[in-house]
Design a protein around this ligand. Structure first.
Ligand code: C2E
Ligand code: MG
Ligand code: MG
Length: 747
């Protein structure tokens, strides 16, 4: 019957089929048509169906008898069929030789199917339109994949924001299944629902559920997210899950809701995808397939967003404190400066540096240091106003940018920050520390017009605060700037000098015995002759090296050079009993000092007694573990320790007997006042008695006159050093001095 119908159609087109010769291919063609999964239909000039194949019946459920004589649209169109597309095809059939479109059609039982329709016209011998042949392919599966996947991946490649991507998914889903109102919610880190997209959902509803915590009975979505599995509510009005929320949605005509969790590849629930319905129902097979595809794509987009946010956080926020890092700080601060410029409002930049942070780190461990930094970061964030900015500049340095802030307000704010920082902090170890900070403030616009300048000036002011005793606040001023500029230039020059080996050691004799006839030793003193600046005094460049972190390098050099020179003198029989090298307080904080000394002695074949290290009282007073250990380690090498500038530092003598020292150097300020100052004389006597009592050699520095020498010798001062005998001399100068004086080597 079907075959004869088709034959009739073919007859009309190509004329009667004559003979066996032509019959075979035609039968084969019919066989193909009848066995195809695609639906084939043939219609007459009125487009009423005259033939449909078996594929049509299996696709739509209608038998041929049921559709014969009816139009395609009468048989297959349903509530959401795009009738305009249908009309367009009909029109194209007559006008332009055929048409095609993807249309939503319905099966006999009302199940929606996405169908690709290709229709071609048939013409009679006279060229008149006589009917059509249509091929209908079920693209429900491929359509979803194609449309959703292609469009979403394309949009992702275009870097559209997540809300737009999710909006697109909702719209596509609603296009494919027009009976559905789609909604996508995210579940945030607090476990709260956050609407991402719901283009057809009443906006008031989305607003009302924003921030709702997920839970075991929070509508369809909150519950689905909570359970990690789909929740079907076929009647919102009666389902207990919806009791508190139903009045938000029922007035909008949405009466059922099916929600599925969107899960990350590790199983975490990232959000939910819900289908709302206008009729009491649950999902059908199409919806199920739609959601399968969509969940996958949504998870992809949301996970990508998550990792993007993560990368953003890693790139722009400090991992330890979660404050904006240097890069982010700069971006935000630059924006704040521009804003202030526009608003012609003042702005303050505060540079905060934790005092003695290094000690916490070194003595309590890095864990303690980290805990302290996080706590201080917290306090800083809490202290500033919402529109202000706090970031971590580096290590123990923080920067706060206060918008619309006058100088007076900046002072108040900085004091508040200082007070907040100063509250005791209990470390994870249980130990309590009392932190302090130094704060430098620079004001826009007076101190700088841009972020970089302001930061530099605030940094200078912070250093001034450190210099003035720490734990305080300093505003930037111009003199500060000038001083620092000079210092910076000198610092660069010193760095260069160390690199190029432009420093020299001079040696000043220390004598003993009658009329200073015996050489006790020499003190090595650094000299720097700068090509442009001329001779720079150690009183200037040593403190600079200490401040800018070059002192370790300088001391390494001085020790190495002094040892080399001693070895050279030994090799050439120049009778120098020992060399004293000045070592800064900072060097004793570096635990590698004893190792360095031991290595140099070994390298140059020297005995420990050939070397004396001069340190100041501040080192002796430093009771930190690291410094005490370094002093002990140096002493146990057998190297002598000498206390330089004795009498000028801390007056507590209690520490003297605890220290493993061999020598006291009476400061030259006492020696110089000996002639007419009774106090200087008394102090000198005392120092000599202390030396005697503790069995320490006293070396008097800065002996310039015979009267001073006589005074000291008369009171039993064993060793004298000063211009009276010799100025600090280059090595060869010292050798000549030795030769000319015939000074004896110490017995
Ligand atoms: P210091 O260790 O107390 O060195 C003694 C200072 O007194 C030297 O000053 C020396 O030249 C000077 N002096 C020696 N005899 C007389 C005298 O009779 N009258 C007067 N008025 N002064 C005399 P200099 O060389 O300028 O060094 C100053 C300070 O710089 C030194 O004081 C020392 O603390 C430091 N210094 C020098 N070289 C080094 C070094 O290589 N490393 C370290 N860390 N510090 C160094
Ligand atoms: Mg010295
Ligand atoms: Mg001295």
């Amino acid at each position: 019957m079907q075959t004869s119908s088709l034959l009739a159609a073919v007859d009309r087109e190509v004329g009667p089929v004559d003979g066996d010769h032509n019959e075979d291919p035609l039968r084969q063609l019919l066989q193909v048509v009848n066995q195809s999964d695609n639906a084939f239909i043939v219609g007459g000039p009125d487009t009423c169906i005259t033939y449909a194949n078996a594929g049509f019946t299996s696709m739509f459920g209608h038998t041929l008898e049921e559709v014969l004589g009816r139009t395609v649209s009468a048989c297959l169109a349903g509530p959401h069929t795009d009738m305009q597309a249908v009309e367009r095809i009909k029109h194209q059939l007559r006008q332009s030789g055929g048409g095609r479109a993807d249309i939503l059609l319905y099966t006999k039982t009302g199940r929606p199917l996405w169908v690709s329709v290709v229709a071609n016209p048939l013409f009679d011998a006279g060229g008149q339109f006589s009917g059509m042949v249509g091929v209908l392919t079920d693209i429900t599966q491929t359509k979803m994949h194609e449309v959703l996947q292609y469009k979403l991946l394309h949009a992702m490649a275009e870097e559209l924001p997540l809300t737009q991507l999710m909006d697109l998914v909702c719209r596509e889903v609603e296009h494919i299944a027009p009976e559905v109102v789609a909604s996508i919610l995210a579940v945030d880190v607090q476990g709260q629902l956050q609407p991402l997209a719901g283009p057809s959902l009443p906006s008031g509803f989305s607003k009302a559920i924003a921030g709702l915590p997920i839970g075991p009975d929070v509508g369809s979505c909150g519950t689905a997210a909570w359970r990690g599995e789909p929740v079907t509510v076929t009647d919102i009005a009666t389902d207990p899950l919806w009791t508190p929320f139903k009045d938000l949605i029922l007035p909008h005509g949405l009466v059922a809701c099916w929600s599925s969790p969107i899960k990350a590849h590790d199983g975490r629930v990232l959000g939910t995808f819900a289908f709302y319905y206008r009729t009491l129902r649950g999902p059908d097979a199409l919806h199920q397939r739609l959601i399968d595809v969509s969940l996958h794509l949504c998870a992809l987009a949301m996970e990508r967003e998550e990792s993007r946010a993560h990368i953003h956080h890693l790139a722009f926020y400090d991992a330890l404190t979660s404050l904006p890092n240097r890069k982010m700080l700069r971006t935000k601060a630059e924006r704040a400066v521009v804003e202030s410029q526009r608003a012609q409002a003042p702005l303050a930049l505060l540079f905060v540096n934790i005092d003695r942070f290094k000690y916490v780190n070194e003595e309590q461990g890095h864990g303690a240091g980290d805990a302290l930094l996080s706590e201080i970061a917290n306090r800083l964030s809490q202290e500033v106003r919402g529109r202000d900015l706090v970031g971590r500049q580096a290590g123990d340095e923080f920067v706060a940018v206060l918008s619309e802030c006058s100088t007076e307000q900046a002072a108040v704010a900085a004091e508040r920050l200082l007070a907040a920082i100063a509250a005791p902090v209990t470390l994870p170890s249980g130990a309590t520390v009392h932190p302090n900070a130094s704060v430098g403030v620079a004001m826009f616009p007076e101190d700088g017009q841009d972020f970089d300048t302001l930061l530099r000036q605030a940094d200078l002011a912070m250093h001034q605060a450190k210099h003035d005793g720490r734990g305080c606040l300093r505003f930037f001023n111009d003199a500060m700037n000038r001083r620092t500029l000079e210092r910076l230039l000198l610092e660069a020059a010193l760095r260069e000098a160390l690199r190029l080996g432009q420093l020299r050691l001079h040696y000043q004799p220390q004598v003993s015995g009658p009329a200073g006839s015996v050489l006790y030793g020499v003190e090595a003193l650094a000299r720097w002759e700068h090509p442009q600046l001329g001779a720079v005094s150690p009183a200037q460049f040593i403190p600079l090296a200490e401040e800018c972190g070059l002192i370790d390098e300088l001391t390494r050099w001085a020790l190495g050079e002094a040892c080399r020179q001693m070895a050279d003198w030994r090799a050439r029989g120049v009778a120098v009993p020992r060399v004293a090298v000045n070592v800064s307080a900072r060097n004793f904080q570096n635990s590698s000092l004893p190792g360095l000394v031991a290595e140099l002695l070994r390298q140059h074949g020297l005995h420990p007694q050939d070397l004396t290290l001069e340190m100041t009282e501040s080192v002796a007073m430093d009771t930190t573990k690291c410094v005490s250990a370094t002093i002990d380690a140096v002493q146990s090498l057998g190297v002598y320790l000498s206390l330089d500038d004795f009498g000028t530092g801390y007056s507590s003598l209690g520490y003297l007997h605890r220290l493993p020292i061999h020598e006291l150097k009476l400061d030259k300020s006492f020696v110089q006042d000996l002639a007419d100052n009774a106090a200087a004389q008394a102090l000198t006597n005392t120092v000599l008695r202390i030396g005697d009592g503790l069995d320490l050699t006293v070396v008097a520095e800065g002996v310039e006159t015979k009267m001073q020498a006589d005074f000291l010798t008369a009171r039993g001062c064993p060793v004298l050093q000063g211009y009276l005998y010799a100025r600090p001399l280059p090595a060869d100068g010292l050798e000549q001095w030795l030769a000319s004086r015939h000074v004896h080597r110490e017995a």
